[in-house]
Design a protein around this ligand. Structure first.
Ligand code: R5P
Length: 317
């Protein structure tokens, strides 16, 4: 007789199959067979090709651009697995799209992160695993358990090898201070903050730098790079204020519009991105990818065994 949770199954949507394959390789399990096709009108035609009855199932799918296609695949997987009698269904969302729509900061706007959270639960998911949420409080939008993983331990390992001298961590905006402070603490260095004002989705204005960067190698830390406007402007301003070398690190490389061209033209030594989103490796110069596959594999393994996920970060604070 099969016991509850005995069988583990990992599936992937089409958003980031390489990451899902790497996760499975670390775990020593095959990627679950599923067919993802399109009907002639563009609607999704999904079929899970193996038995999932009673299984503990994980679906790996970042909701990166094209966000609606990727999100719908994830929702459709949830519905499909629930109807196929999976025991527990976990959405592994390395990049959680719409996370910046987390509050009503003006009248008559939606809170799309909450809408996405509602849809995940309605689709049949029992649990979410994600990495560096833009706003940690989004966990509260989901009335199911959320395991929030941090890319920082993996990124920091690589940052230490960059050979930066007299390093100062800089946050490109006030909202990113908490993340940047955690990097500064790990590196044992000080923090400076850029006072940025957003004018539109594409345009920001830098008002001021709080802290000194003159004579320092600067590590710019952000949770995501979308148009590249924030981080490239920040790189320029710290150079103007006397920084020596500038390094960029961010977890989620959304890279919308002409972000790649912007980053290629920036005066920076190295760009470290996590692989929560597929990266245009060949087009982006000075890029180094820090893979989240092992971290995700270890988290999935721990969840499957009902072991603590926080333990993965215990040496961090
Ligand atoms: C802002 O709150 C975020 O942390 C990022 O700084 C921002 O979303 C990046 O967007 P962009 O690359 O378009 O400036």
């Amino acid at each position: 007789m099969r016991m509850r949770g005995e069988r583990l199954r990992v599936f992937s949507g089409t958003a980031h199959q390489r990451l899902a394959q790497d996760v499975c390789a670390f775990m020593g399990v095959p990627l679950g067979a599923a067919s993802l096709q399109r009907f002639p009108d563009g609607e999704l035609d999904l079929k899970v090709e193996c038995d999932v009855r009673g299984a503990d199932v994980f679906v790996i799918q970042p909701t990166c651009p094209p966000v609606h296609d990727n999100l719908f695949e994830l929702l459709s997987f949830g519905d499909c697995l629930r109807r196929a009698s999976a025991d527990r269904i976990t959405a592994v969302i390395p990049y959680f799209g719409y996370a910046r729509s987390d509050r009503k900061d003006e009248g008559r706007v939606p809170i799309n992160a909450k809408l996405v959270a509602n849809m995940l639960v309605s689709a049949g998911y029992h649990r979410v695993v994600t990495v560096d949420l833009h706003a940690a409080q989004i966990q509260g939008f989901l009335d199911i358990p959320v395991d929030h993983l941090y890319a920082r331990p993996v990124m920091i390992e690589r940052v230490r090898q960059l050979g930066a001298q007299n390093i100062k961590v800089v946050s490109p905006d006030i909202g990113g201070t908490k993340l940047a402070r955690a990097y500064a603490k790990n590196l044992g260095c000080d923090l400076a903050i850029i006072d940025k004002r957003r004018i539109s989705g594409e345009q920001t204005v830098i008002e001021n730098i709080i802290g000194e960067v003159d004579g320092h190698d600067v590590l710019l830390v952000d949770d995501m790079v979308s148009t590249g406007g924030s981080i490239v402007d920040a790189a320029r301003i710290v150079k103007e204020k006397g920084a020596n070398r500038v390094f960029l690190t961010a977890t989620h490389a959304v890279l919308a519009g002409n972000a790649v061209e912007r980053l290629n033209s920036a005066d920076v030594e190295k760009i470290l991105f996590a692989d929560t989103i597929p990266l245009p490796d060949e087009r982006l110069q000075r890029l180094e990818v820090c893979s989240m596959a092992q971290l995700l594999a270890r988290a999935i393994d721990r969840i499957h065994r009902s072991e603590s996920v926080s333990k993965l970060f215990e040496s961090e604070s």
